[in-house]
Ligand binder design. Sequence first.
Ligand SMILES: C[S@@+](CC[C@H](N)C(=O)[O-])C[C@H]1O[C@@H](n2cnc3c(N)ncnc32)[C@H](O)[C@@H]1O
Length: 250
Amino acid sequence: MQKNTLIDNDLYNTLGERWYTAFDDPVAVLRAESRVKAPWVLERIKAAFPQIPLVKHLDVGCGAGFLSNHLAQEGLQVTGLDMSEESLKVAGLHDSTGTVRYVQGDAYRLPFSNETFDVVSAMDFLEHVEDPGRAISEMSRVLKPNGLLFFHTFNRNWLAHLVIIKLVEFLVKNTPKNMHVIELFITPEELIKMCKSSQLSVQEMTGIRPRFSTLTVKSILTGIVPEKFSFKLTRSLKLSYMGVARKART
Ligand SMILES: C[S@@+](CC[C@H](N)C(=O)[O-])C[C@H]1O[C@@H](n2cnc3c(N)ncnc32)[C@H](O)[C@@H]1O
């Protein structure tokens, strides 16, 4: 179902090199979170596909390529797709392998044939579109039977509203209005249902939370995200969570 919101996805066109360098911006939180997400995803891909160089991976809403570039370094055949041409330029500049195929496009209309990819990922992406069910259905279309869909998003409840929207706005300098909107956050139950409608069965989910010990008084007072700020996995899916779903065999 499509919801009408004021989500600001244009901000990704303005970040430029700040995707990789800024500490006075919530993108620093995204970078820190990616350092936990990428190994979790890679570990599961390795377990499912022993022939890593043959794995075709599509990273939808890839932004500046935090996950795409990491997986390319590990030898996967990666395609990164995003709406934002500016972000894709930055992603390409940080692809040390020079192998990632960066494509500008819309997640609602993926420019790929049915059953092209072994793995698709949608990290910190589903809460940026107004019809995540439609995006998931497109991702399932381009996934091969038995392929994997990785996702990361935020749960929708009062605590997530407080911590992920209000606290970030309060603590991190340069947080744009409507970077996230609560209406687009997704409960795990809703995500499971959307996956099910697209022939995907969720296999595993885990929560992610900040290590509060890495926040300093200085960072709280200045609005700067400390370089050592980090995240860890948690059983609770109350706030930020990621998971993996498998497409049916036929
Ligand atoms: C929060 S960023 C996440 C980037 C990346 N996945 C990561 O985890 O670092 C969300 C990304 O989704 C992209 N995006 C939003 N709507 C899109 C759409 N309909 N199709 C493709 N990309 C979209 C934005 O341009 C932005 O780069």
